[in-house]
Design a binder for this molecule. Structure first.
Ligand code: ZN
Length: 475
């Protein structure tokens, strides 16, 4: 694309990179320009660096969307890595997590989320989908302003400068067949009408900071069939493009319970009973049959893979080659935040596939033999779709019309120095400490992380540690 003669004003919103990972692959000598709204206006490869334009310190990568986050759980990371039962599992972890969730206050949530979002930016994520299910006060009663905790998350994202897709969670039951909620689920519970009122209440606040508002039916065990139908209809009436995320088939116990209840597996049931399409993100979708892989991929929905959390919780391994064989779309999330690092999710995803198949470079493609490059491009595209940020047929990443979100690798980092650009990305994912090779991170056209650090790093870290101290109980 040709670009016009630049003025001095343009140079404030321009960056030149010797190497950049564009949606079509690696490009050389790329000039990127963006407007005051933080949208990319020009991407010009094979050009000379104009005088006065800043030069990137290394290769430019598209910013990674984090498609699945429960922010409050960051303050709980590291506190469940001890054996509490003869055989610990997702379910024993969940009991501990609920105990922790009981103690979260609005102030603590905002401090925890602010720090988490800063960590995300420093680790290569430029947007986050917040799957938010702690709604009410510690006694289970709604706050005077029913949107209190949602608004705390919006403020945290605004402070950190990360783009947020807020997904208030519908949670009604403790198990299939409309089992009543447990006492320790009282903070999560909303009627369907009450959820739709919350969405209406949140819509202007989201618009004000260009946040995207969607909804998340928590899971089939937490949302009865009639509520699922009504909630999706209500959301669609508010915004026909709003994203819908759901936890599905994460655990074999959940699959067994769904079969006992309905005679169908969770994904099979969902595809028959809900209008699943490209608006949907199927979070985990770990346990599917080959028929379910084919049918779910055909809907255009994104598989929300959370490799480090799935490993931490012992969920199982998603069959990514089978999903890709059916044209499936995917992205990554840090979910429980046992790890907050975009590159490490890609590493864990590829390594899981290698261990199961006893092969290497499993997720490379014929068009893109560099496995880290192939994974990064796919996860950016799927993540942007799941975030509700892509119009029909749009391409995510460093492209005209997209948000100016990118990561600049540090070409002088020891792990990267002297390597060709695709190998720098490979070294960043597979051979570095994974944040140490990040020089700067830009979100919405603003440099939020410089020299590897966010401007609010120290202040937010202190507030996080203080907030965590108020929420952990002695064991
Ligand atoms: Zn989750």
């Amino acid at each position: 694309m040709a670009h016009d003669a630049m003025t001095a004003a343009d140079s404030a919103c321009s960056l030149f990179a010797a190497d950049a990972l564009l949606p079509t692959g690696w490009a050389r000598n790329v000039l990127v320009q963006w407007d005051g709204a933080g949208r990319v206006t020009h991407v010009v490869p094979d050009t000379a660096a104009p005088a006065g334009v800043a030069q990137a310190a290394g290769p430019l990568l598209p910013g990674m969307p984090n498609l699945h986050s429960h922010a409050f759980q960051r303050a709980f990371a590291g506190l469940t890595e001890y054996r509490g039962e003869a055989q610990d599992s997702f379910w024993s972890w969940r009991n501990l997590m609920y105990r922790f969730a009981q103690r979260i206050t609005p102030e603590a949530l905002e401090a925890i989320a602010t720090w988490l979002y800063i960590e995300m930016l420093e680790a290569g994520y430029t947007s986050v989908c917040e799957f938010h299910y702690v709604h009410h006060d510690t006694d289970g009663r709604p706050y005077a302003d029913d949107a209190t905790l949602s608004l705390a998350l919006l403020r945290a994202a605004h402070t950190a400068g990360i783009h947020i897709t807020l997904l208030p969670v519908l949670y009604q039951t403790s198990g299939f067949g409309a089992k009543p909620p447990r006492a320790d689920q009282a903070r999560f519970i909303r009627s369907t009408d009450n959820m739709l009122s919350l969405l209406e209440r949140l819509a202007p606040a989201c618009r004000a900071q260009e946040a995207i508002l969607g909804m998340a039916p928590h899971s089939l065990r937490a949302v009865p069939a009639d509520s699922l139908t009504a909630a999706v209809q209500g959301l669609t009436a508010l915004n026909p493009h709003a994203p819908i995320h759901i936890h599905i088939a994460e655990q074999t116990q959940e699959v067994d319970d769904c079969i006992a209840w309905s005679g169908q597996r969770p994904v099979q049931w969902l595809l028959e009973h809900a209008p699943v399409d490209a608006r949907w993100c199927l979070v985990h979708a770990t346990h599917m049959t080959p028929t379910e892989y084919a049918a779910a991929a055909a809907t255009g929905a994104v598989a929300g893979i959370c490799p480090t959390t799935e490993a931490n919780l012992g969920d199982g391994i998603f069959d990514m080659p089978l999903w890709l064989q059916h044209g499936g779309r995917w992205g990554v999330g840090s979910d429980s935040h046992a790890c907050v690092n975009a590159a490490e999710e890609l590493l864990m995803l590829e390594y899981g596939q290698r261990l199961v198949r006893r092969q290497r470079n499993v997720l490379a493609t014929p068009a893109q033999p560099e496995v880290a490059t192939a994974m990064a491009l796919q996860a950016v595209q799927g993540g942007a779709q799941a975030s509700g940020r892509l119009g029909d047929g749009q391409t995510a990443g460093i492209a005209v019309g997209q948000r100016a979100d990118w990561v600049v690798l540090d070409a002088q980092a020891v792990a990267l120095r002297g390597l060709p650009a695709p190998a720098m990305l490979s070294a960043h994912v597979f051979a570095s400490h994974r944040t140490s090779a990040i020089h700067s991170v830009w979100a919405g056209g603003q440099c939020r992380v410089a020299g590897g650090r966010h401007a609010l790093h120290d202040r937010a870290a202190g507030a996080f540690v203080a907030a965590r101290a108020t929420t952990i109980d002695a064991r």
